[in-house]
Design a protein around this ligand. Structure first.
Ligand SMILES: *Cc1c(COP(=O)(O)O)cnc(C)c1O
Length: 370
């Protein structure tokens, strides 16, 4: 992890201290409020729960600190992505999405943007630069893409897309601000599902948009206020708590993923493996150039659907569940959702369990496949 990540992590734990008065609670209070005491001129104060909430302010402060940008909180990752689409696009625009990224983003665009007169094209992440970006108002990347873990060159995409006049949006969910810094690499907007590693405890959905452009932030904030897709204060409070330990959890998860990927790659039951940290991975060179860490997700291909299900369900330390980024290692066969992957492809999200224990449990389950 780079020095600046280390200093950001250290400062994060003390950000709140700057506003504390003597006798205030050190941990963040939860403010459940739809209305605020507001006699006379309301300008400059909390006005109404759809516009503002002190618990949102606190979590946005931490997220903005990590992104080194302005962050706007949303009730889910998809709400954050929707805010970028509906807050920034207009009829006649043309947008480019990854064909292998988070499926729901494509469905949202297809189902709700297309009928408004927005043209949607898709392209695989691994060859995202091919064809250039002329004619696009918005270029959306997800790198590493979920679930295939292909990577695209963020600085090159950003430079070429900017030359063509497009806004570049990066879904950074798989990496978090500690693992990859899209705004520093040239993207205009980060969207992320804090449902995953930032909250980390699999008990809340949350999302955010971050940008250094006041116009983009203005559009996204207006969308939130007017459309009303706002985060609940309690979820904001949970994510604030999660963010305080993100650096520790993310470091453990990424380190364990590196150890496990090497060992999984050598197991005879594994037919193929994707992990950007492996020398043999097609994304490795690019990952080294633009990512702070290699992440905590590993894609493995077993012989069949049955082998994959047996591996997941028999392993005592793999939680069979969708989603990723939690303290528990989880795994699932992505073909069960219709992703265009091998029926034996398993997406593993490495959690916070000690790596040697995890390896022993995974090896035992793999050995049983015979
Ligand atoms: C989970 C996820 C989302 C959506 O997040 P929700 O909180 O479930 O709405 C968006 N993008 C990626 C890459 C994801 O993994």
């Amino acid at each position: 992890m780079s020095d600046s990540n280390q200093s950001r992590a250290a400062r994060l734990a003390h950000l709140r201290r700057e506003q504390l008065a003597k006798g205030d609670p050190v941990p963040l209070p939860l403010t459940m409020a739809s209305i605020f005491h507001l006699p006379g001129d309301p300008a400059g104060f909390n006005q109404y729960g759809r516009f503002a909430n002190p618990t949102w302010d606190a979590v946005e402060k931490l997220l903005g600190h990590l992104e080194q940008a302005t962050a706007v909180a949303f009730p889910s990752g998809m709400a954050a992505i929707s805010a970028v689409f509906f807050g920034l696009l207009k009829s006649g625009d043309r947008i480019l999405l990854p064909s292998d990224g988070y499926y729901t983003t494509r469905v949202l665009a297809d189902r709700f943007l297309k009928p408004l007169g927005i043209t949607i094209d898709t392209r695989p992440t691994a060859t995202f630069l091919e064809g250039g970006f002329s004619g696009y108002q918005l270029v959306f990347v997800e790198t590493p893409a979920n679930p295939s873990l292909d990577i695209c060159d963020l600085p090159a995409v950003s430079a070429m897309a900017h030359a063509a006049g497009a806004v570049v949006v990066a879904d950074n969910t798989t990496m978090t601000p500690y693992g990859q810094r899209p705004l520093d690499l040239g993207a205009d907007v980060v969207v992320a599902a804090d449902t995953k590693a930032p909250n980390g405890h699999s008990d809340a959905l949350f999302g955010h948009v971050a940008s250094r452009s006041p116009e983009i932030i203005g559009g996204v904030m207006d969308w939130r206020k007017l459309a009303g897709g706002i985060p609940g204060p309690f979820e904001a409070w949970l994510v604030h708590r999660g963010l305080e330990t993100l650096e520790v959890r993310f470091d453990r998860m990424c380190s364990s993923a590196e150890t496990l990927a090497e060992r999984l790659a050598g197991h005879p039951a594994i037919e193929a493996i994707r992990f950007p940290g492996l020398n043999s991975d097609p994304s490795h060179t690019l990952a080294r150039a633009q990512m702070e860490r290699f992440g905590f997700m590993i894609g493995i291909t077993l012989a069949s659907e049955a082998a994959a299900e047996d591996f997941i369900n028999r392993c005592a330390l793999i939680q069979p569940a969708t989603s990723f980024g939690g303290v528990h290692t989880s795994g699932e066969r992505r073909a069960r959702w219709g992703d265009a992957v091998h029926p034996g492809f398993v997406r593993l999200s490495i959690g916070c369990e000690p790596a040697e224990e995890l390896w022993a449990a995974m090896k035992e389950s793999l050995d049983q496949l015979g």
